[in-house]
Design a protein around this ligand. Structure first.
Ligand code: 13P
Length: 641
């Protein structure tokens, strides 16, 4: 149930982030305008130059898109879910402010593709924030669509894809145009409807002559045949690198008698400057600046109307060239609406982005599946051929510094009775403080429950006040001893050399050693867990002969999971257990590795033990907190039923 909810939330978040990142990436200039609107609404307009807002626009779209893709594939699950919460926690109050004060009518979350009211946006964000919190709480419940070793392909491909889309949209025009001036729009009809009083997006669309202020919108839109409109919202900022091509198009329009107008929101001075600079003598008309920015995301850009319908749009970087202007529009492809439909463009995106990632996912999953099958087949064939004896499964309790003598005896008695009445399906051990050992050994049925200490000295005997030697432990009747626990390493500064001595002395006294290894949180976050456990084994037990090593039980206990309630996921634990087994195989051979019992420890409870112990390389647990109550401990032992 929990898994289903987390995965549903994750898919909702992923879809929204991908969609909102993508529509922003296809229109970086539109997103830049939106950012500037926001800054202006907060009186911070002067704070960021245009170029800064444009860079921010690309960064925001790439971040949203990549977080969406990473959530979809379950890549860097913890990091992405935290980022999603941070983003939503910032956006939700911001959109509440927008909804309450209304300084901007459209939040711009989805560019021009989906326009929401400010209250709709706020409630949408509340839902997304809740979904992000759910995902952040249980990030590892997200099912992976690509294995960790191959995820770098998705990461790099998505980042490159979104940056290329942004760059291409900047160079050309938005690859998907959601505005009411896209190719195919019948401006004439739209404008007429507006004039008849119907609701229309063309309320601010007008064309006024500069010389006498006459409104010629109707005349321009009603012109039968072709009309060129050179759109430059602000001439002062217009790109002047393609002036020759613009002039060429103008000369072409004159040659074939096509009307050609320059539309701008700039004043006389800027127009005259532009004329001086370019030698342009086409007529300039006045239009609303914001409308012109909506008409084409290029300053300047060129539009071709036919009978009032937008049939072509060119950015200043991709204006028609000399060869294309050889024939009149009636006879050339320039005069026809390109058959590059939205459908075709969507197919292109599917082919270039979705298909490769889908193929990668299929290949990756097949690879993971065959790996799993191969491993299981090997295991089954081993078992069938009885090539290996199944290694021992153990659930061991580590009482640590808990329980006075009376309480400890009572707990051991209760366990003894319970397990005598209902025989466990695994080895059971309890490791108690020294003072309990002799008393408990008197009544414990050690055929069912092994008894062990939590430590022993690194010296054989002598003047070491307060220490308890391995021989003393053995003399109580105990059979086991825990060595190398992270608490002893950390609080009592037990080094690998000291532990090496302790292991030797314990074995000399016929004690079975449960040897603990495990990494800290920082080490895991730095990806050093394998290095750490390897060094701990090499430092204290890899010096043993094969015969002696066979007597050791390993306990992998990630320090960040001990007593914290944070269990390593079954997958995380299995991954490192398999690694530990592989390095034992490297050192002592596969047969020894196959026989070595490797326990997991760290917030192990009756609720998570079955999933952990079901993993092929996890042979039981070393239990702290949950070994202090007979019922809890029994719940874990029952995982082997
Ligand atoms: P918890 O089970 O309390 O996390 O302790 C694990 C442990 O340290 C066992 O040795």
């Amino acid at each position: 149930m929990k898994k289903t909810i987390v995965n549903l939330c994750r898919l909702v978040l992923a879809t929204v982030f991908i969609l909102s990142g993508f529509v922003k990436a296809v229109d970086p200039i539109g997103t830049q305008y939106k950012i500037e609107d926001y800054l202006q609404a907060m009186n911070l307009g002067a704070w960021l130059p245009d170029a800064g807002a444009l860079i921010l626009s690309v960064v925001i779209s790439a971040t949203e898109f990549c977080i969406g893709i990473f959530l979809l594939f379950a890549i860097r699950r913890r990091l992405c879910s935290h980022l999603a919460v941070i983003i939503m926690a910032l956006m939700t109050p911001l959109t509440l402010w927008l909804a309450l004060t209304n300084p901007i009518s459209d939040c711009g979350c989805f560019g021009d593709a989906v326009v929401l009211t400010n209250w709709q946006t706020f409630w949408k964000n509340v839902v997304l924030l809740a979904a992000a919190i759910v995902v952040m709480k249980w990030p590892t419940k997200m099912v992976r669509f690509v294995s960790e070793s191959n995820q770098w392909i998705v990461v790099n491909y998505s980042l490159i894809f979104t940056l290329v889309i942004s760059a291409w949209s900047l160079y050309d025009r938005p690859q998907f145009d959601f505005r009411p001036y896209h190719v195919g729009t019948d401006l004439r009809t739209g404008w007429m409807q507006m004039m008849e009083g119907q609701e229309s997006p063309y309320a601010d669309f007008f064309i006024e002559r500069m010389d006498n202020g006459e409104d010629i919108t109707e005349e321009v839109l009603n012109n039968e045949g072709y009309t060129f409109l050179l759109v430059a919202p602000y001439l002062e900022q217009a790109d002047d690198s393609q002036l020759d091509l613009i002039n060429q198009v103008y000369e072409y329009a004159q040659e074939y008698d096509y009307p050609f107008y320059g539309l701008t929101a700039s004043g006389e001075k800027a127009i005259n400057l532009w004329r001086d600079l370019t030698g342009a003598d086409y007529p300039f008309c006045q239009t609303d600046g914001t409308t012109l920015k909506t008409v084409i995301r290029s300053n300047p850009g060129l539009i071709l109307l036919k009978d009032g319908v937008v049939i072509q749009k060119w950015s200043h970087n991709l204006l028609p060239n000399e060869q294309e202007l050889e024939k009149p529009l009636e006879e050339s492809t320039l005069g026809k609406m390109p058959d590059d439909t939205v459908g075709k463009r969507i197919v292109r995106i599917l082919l270039w982005f979705v298909l490769p990632l889908m193929l990668l996912t299929i290949a990756d999953r097949l690879w993971a599946w065959t790996k799993w099958i191969r491993r299981h087949k090997k295991l089954i064939s081993y078992i069938n051929k009885k090539e290996v004896k199944m290694r021992k499964k153990i659930v061991a309790g580590n009482w640590k510094m808990n329980m006075n003598l009376q309480d400890g005896i009572a707990l051991a008695k209760e366990l003894n009775e319970t397990l005598k009445a209902e025989k466990p399906n695994c080895g059971v051990v309890i490791c108690t403080p020294f003072i309990h050992l002799a008393s408990i050994a008197q009544f414990l049925d050690q055929n069912i429950i092994g008894l062990g200490a939590e430590n022993c000295a690194d010296k054989e005997k002598g003047a070491f006040t307060g220490e308890v030697s391995a021989e003393m432990v053995k003399s109580t009747g105990a059979q086991y001893v825990i060595l190398g626990h992270s608490e002893r390493r950390e609080y009592y500064k037990e080094t690998p050399e000291i532990l090496k001595e302790k292991v030797l002395l314990a074995q000399k006294n016929d004690l079975k050693v449960i040897f603990c290894i495990g990494e800290s949180l920082e080490e895991r976050e730095a990806g050093k867990q394998n290095e750490v456990v390897k060094a701990e084994l090499e430092g204290s037990v890899f010096n043993l002969s094969e015969e002696d090593f066979r007597k050791i039980v390993i306990a992998y206990e990630p320090i960040w999971a001990i007593g914290t309630g944070k269990t390593a996921t079954a997958e995380q634990a299995e991954e490192i257990h398999a690694y530990i087994r592989s390095i034992i195989a490297e050192k002592y051979g596969q047969a020894v590795a196959d026989d070595t019992t490797i326990l997991y420890g760290g917030s192990c409870k009756a609720s998570n033990a079955p999933e952990l112990f079901a993993k092929p390389d996890i042979d039981g647990g070393l239990i702290g907190g949950a070994s202090l109550k007979a019922a809890d401990f029994k719940g874990i032992i029952d995982a082997f039923k």
